[in-house]
Design a protein around this ligand. Structure first.
Ligand code: NAD
Length: 348
């Protein structure tokens, strides 16, 4: 039995990853499209066997309320649009799967959580890494104590972001530059690997004045996050460097790394092991799975079995709160304290 998804926003991610992953999923099917470009949407609808009557635009979006083929709305729009489309989708009585970053302000995240609670619909943020097999194997190793007590983490997520006219380069639409877009993967992984929340962040940003790509948003961001157990996460992100994606986590007994990390494909877990006093790198063989299919199947099962998603709105809100603190630290040059989240951010 497959749960019907409406895909909102037919940009690069929706067309290149999400719709193709539907075919690899076990419990999902695309049943509606929402786009500002009707010709494009009709063509894609035909390709995926979606009815013409299930193609909407941003003004007719609310009519999804009357479409019984749709149980979940998957929001794949520019970041600042996530909040309004989540609230409207919840009011239409549909469950919401929303792309990362959840929104551009903590207030919007709170508004999204409240709207979904009020409408009694589920809200999940599409943190695909938390459904990816190598990440899951690493979490399992850490929880089983294989690394010993965690001490440090280092990660980077960088790419050259070219076009100065793209919404990602506009503060109002993106909320920031590389930090909320790609740096959020490093931040989220530090939290889900350690299963702790930072109490303090210290950060800097680089924003070259002579580059039109960075008129409104930062080019790179460097963060040190401190956690209650003494664990410290250091991570970088950039829109101004060649693609580079990596994480390493160090415990007292061993270290482990994902190289690459955060990517759509080719994620590889390796860890150090002491054998007869010799340090060797071990690479477990882990079957590659489509992260988008895994993530969407999780949402579909939560709907079918009435469970709270593993990465609910609270998880996105917490990353937004920390992102706000990161920018405050970069602005003031001071470490910024964080209070613990008000509610659990992940469910089992
Ligand atoms: P994109 O620019 O390729 O697509 C965005 C879509 O929104 C386009 O079809 C565009 O027409 C539409 N749109 C509607 N109103 C718009 C407006 N006012 N300005 C600009 N576009 C508008 O972007 P994308 O890369 O597909 O990203 C969409 C969302 O998905 C973002 O929130 C992004 O952070 C997220 N994303 C997540 C991943 C991931 O790995 N999970 C990867 C890429 C993007």
């Amino acid at each position: 039995h497959r749960t019907g998804f409406a895909i909102v926003g037919l940009g690069r991610l929706a067309l290149g990853e999400i719709l193709p992953a539907m075919g690899k999923s076990k419990y999902c099917k695309p049943t509606a499209l929402v786009s500002g470009d009707r010709q494009k949407a009709l063509k894609i609808a035909a390709q995926y066997g979606i009815k013409e009557s299930s193609v909407y635009d941003y003004t007719t979006y609310d009519q999804l309320a009357r479409n019984p083929d749709v149980q979940v709305i998957y929001i794949v729009l520019p970041n600042s649009m996530h909040a309004d489309f989540t609230v409207r989708g919840a009011r239409a009585g549909k469950h919401i799967l929303c792309e990362k970053p959840m929104a551009t302000t903590a207030k919007d995240c709170e508004r999204m959580i409240a709207a979904c609670e009020q409408a009694k619909v589920k809200l999940m943020i599409a943190y695909r890494s938390q459904y990816e097999p190598n990440d899951l194997a690493l979490i399992k190793m850490i929880r089983a104590g294989k690394l010993g007590k965690l001490r440090q983490y280092i990660a980077t997520n960088s790419q050259n972001q070219g076009d100065p006219t793209q919404w990602r380069q506009k503060k109002a639409l993106a909320g920031g530059g590389c930090m909320p877009d790609v740096g959020v993967y490093c931040l989220n992984a530090a939290r889900f690997l350690s299963d702790e929340e930072p109490y303090e962040v210290q950060a800097t940003i680089v924003q070259p004045k002579d580059d039109p790509r960075f008129a409104e948003v930062e080019a790179s961001c460097q963060v040190i996050a401190k956690f209650p157990s003494g664990f410290v996460a250091t991570f970088n992100s950039s829109y101004n460097a060649h693609k580079s994606q990596f994480l390493r986590i160090e415990g007292v007994e061993a270290f482990a790394e994902l190289n690459s990390a955060f990517a759509y494909h080719g994620i590889k877990l390796r860890y150090s092991k002491l054998i007869d006093g010799q340090e060797i790198m071990h690479e477990p063989s882990i079957e590659e799975k489509d992260q988008f299919a895994e993530e969407m199947d999780h949402m579909a099962l939560c709907v079918q079995k009435n469970l709270k998603p593993h990465t609910p709105g609270e998880e996105g809100l917490q990353d937004q709160r920390i992102t706000d603190a990161i920018y405050e630290s970069a602005r003031t040059g001071k470490a910024v304290k964080l209070s613990p989240p008000h509610a659990p951010t992940r469910s089992p």
